[in-house]
Every structure is written in C-alpha cells, then in structure tokens.
Design a protein around this ligand. Structure first.
Ligand SMILES: NC(=O)c1ccc[n+]([C@@H]2O[C@H](COP(=O)([O-])OP(=O)(O)OC[C@H]3O[C@@H](n4cnc5c(N)ncnc54)[C@H](O)[C@@H]3O)[C@@H](O)[C@H]2O)c1
Length: 323
C-alpha cells in the first residue's frame, strides 16, 4: 500500500464498502478522515483511529471542512440503491451527482495542484449491454436515474481532468458483496438477503428462472482496487504527471447464474430452506458480466477471491447463525 503518508478523506466511509476501506487504510498506517451523513452508514463500524465528520457530501461547507489538510480522496458517498433512487429521484440526484461535483470542486481548490479523486461509479451506466463481456468502451446506456447520475459524474470527471487538472479515476463496480452488507433494508442486494434467510433456515424466492447472470465481486478485491487506484494517482501527482480521467471496471469477468448462487449459499449455510422460482422482475437485466482486462492493465490487479470463499467469509461474519 503505502509510503505515501498524509491523510485520506473517505466520503461514505461508514457504508458497506467504505467501512472495509477505512479498516484497510488504518491497518496500513494511513491517517483517515470520513465524511458521512449516516443516512445508511453506521458510525460504529469504522476504526477508532479514523476521524468522523458527520455531514452532507453535497454541502460545500461540510466538504470544505472535511478537505482541510487532506492528500487524497476516495469518494464513495451515494444513495447506492437503484430502487431508492427511483423512489427519491431529485434527492438522490443531489447526492449522487451534485455530491460528486462538490467533491471535485473542492479538489480543484487545492493549491498548487488539485487533489486526486478515486470515486465509485457503477456498472449501472451500461444498462442492458448487448455484447458480453462488457468492456469500458461499451457505449453507456443507463436505464435508471442512479445509472444516469453515475454516468453524469464520469462526464464531469473527464471534463474536470481536461479543464481543471483534476486527476480522477471512476471505478465501475459490478455487484459487490461481502461481510457487513445490511440484509434488512428493502433495498439490499440479493446476496445479503439470500444469505440471511438461508442461514435462518428460511426459504428464498428467485425472480425468474434463475438463469440470469451477474458478476459478483468480493469487497476485499474492491478495496484493493480503490487503494491501488489512489496510490497510482498520488504518485502521478508527486511526479507532476498530467492529470487524466480513467474509467475502470471492477469485476471478476466470471458470470454466475442466480440459481448457482442460491445453491452455493444453501450448501455453505447447510440450510434446508427451499429455493422457489417466481415471475421475472419487470425491467431486470438478463446478463451482466464485465471485462476485467483494463483493471489488470492499469492497476495490475485481478479480483481473485473465489465466489465460495467470499460467500463463506460473509456467512461466517454474520452475528448469529440459526440454521
Ligand atoms: N455495493 C455495490 O454493489 C455497488 C455497486 C456499484 C457501485 N457502488 C457504489 O459504491 C459506493 C459505496 O456503496 P455501498 O454499497 O458501500 O453503499 P452504502 O449505502 O453502504 O454506503 C454509502 C454511504 O454514503 C453515505 N451517504 C449517503 N448519502 C450521503 C450524503 N449526502 N452525504 C454524505 N454521506 C452520504 C451513507 O450514509 C453510507 O455510509 C456508492 O457510491 C455506490 O453507488 C456500489
């Protein structure tokens, strides 16, 4: 990780991915400051050594305060649920796009060189891509306000690099899973819900025939991608390299069907819970798998965690197991 020193600002650091990142950074001896409004995140999850500022990422005053004395930024704060963004269109736009711009504007104000920003984009920018695997050159066609705002952030990110010299890397996460994902929110992802129900011996219902595929990437691999991308930008800044915008898929490149996912979880939990099939969800994308080659070329990384190992870690981290 680092001979880089200094302080890293992590927005959304109290969330699922942010909490893992903060622990990894602190364990590596890095000073960490978190800006989070605690709307879905938990203050108790971050390491004691991390400083927490409770505030809104779209509020320039809070962001200015959080930015003081910082050497690099990882921007994760967002309303991360597609469904919640559909329900709360304008408010989610404020967080998901204005928030990203507010961070970039504050990064721009750093003298003499703007601060580098690594930030969370999403595979949602691709929409229902027809050709698989989905590479970064696939034309974006988001199908949701959430995806549209992430794409908007990328367009601003590219302009910000060219015009204002803000080096920034958008990491397009595919479906991230791992310990610490809340299974109880109505907006939770499929893995945390299935793992929770099966661990309690309850049945699960798959929407559709279970043949739909996703690219599930373990949170530990996502943290390594964030950390490596930031390290790269901070080095380039020290060397006074020209600022650039990059967009990089963070994925495994391996498609997994929902049926296989459900069976694997049932086997790992030892559950007798049933697996039922229902009507397909309207608008559900049939297949999604990313091309991981750019992540390897640019960051020298592969998402190596095998699905079974990642799922086992998630199940073992659950507070109570009543099979
Ligand atoms: N989890 C995934 O599968 C996935 C996939 C693609 C992209 N992403 C992106 O990765 C990032 C992190 O996602 P996550 O899964 O950890 O989500 P999360 O909801 O667990 O974390 C988001 C954090 O941002 C905070 N936050 C929300 N609005 C805020 C605001 N206005 N000001 C300050 N803080 C605010 C929340 O309190 C929370 O701590 C998000 O940008 C998300 O869009 C996640």
């Amino acid at each position: 990780m680092d001979e880089r020193g200094g302080t890293i600002l992590v927005t959304g650091g109290c969330g699922f991915i942010g909490t893992h990142l903060c622990h990894a950074l602190v364990n590596a001896g890095q000073r960490v400051r978190v800006l989070d409004d605690l709307s879905t995140g938990r203050a108790g999850g971050i390491p004691e050594a991390a400083e927490l500022i409770v505030g809104d990422v779209a509020d320039p005053v809070a962001v200015g305060e959080a930015m003081a004395g910082v050497d690099g930024i990882v921007h994760l704060a967002a309303i991360a649920s597609v469904a919640r963004c559909n329900d709360d269109w304008v408010a989610s736009h404020r967080t998901n796009l204005t928030g990203t711009l507010t961070i970039m504007a504050a990064a721009r104000a750093a003298a003499p060189v703007p601060l580098p920003v690594v930030w969370a984009s999403s595979a949602a920018i691709y929409g229902a891509a027809r050709a698989l695997p989905i590479g970064e050159r696939t034309a974006p066609a988001p199908l949701s306000p959430y995806g549209a705002d992430k794409l908007g952030g990328e367009l601003h990110g590219a302009a910000a690099a060219d015009l204002f010299g803000i080096a920034n890397t958008a990491l397009r996460f595919f479906n991230v899973y791992g310990p610490g994902q809340d299974p109880h929110s109505p907006y939770s992802g499929v893995i945390s819900i299935f793992a929770d129900r099966l661990s309690r011996g309850e049945g699960i219902r798959i929407d559709g025939d279970g043949g739909q595929t996703r690219d599930f990437v373990y949170v530990g691999d996502v943290v390594r991608a964030l950390d490596t991308a930031l390290d790269r930008l901070m080095r380039r800044r020290r060397l006074r390299r020209e600022a650039a915008f990059d967009a990089v898929n963070v994925c495994t490149g391996r498609p997994v069907t929902i049926a296989v996912l459900a069976e694997t979880l049932r086997a790992l939990t030892g559950s007798r819970g049933s697996i039922a099939y229902g009507a397909p969800r309207p608008g559900d994308i049939r297949d999604s798998v990313g091309d991981a080659s750019r992540m390897h070329r640019l960051l020298g990384l592969r998402a190596e965690t095998r699905l079974e190992d990642g799922l086992r870690a998630l199940i073992e981290a659950r507070p109570a197991k009543v099979a």
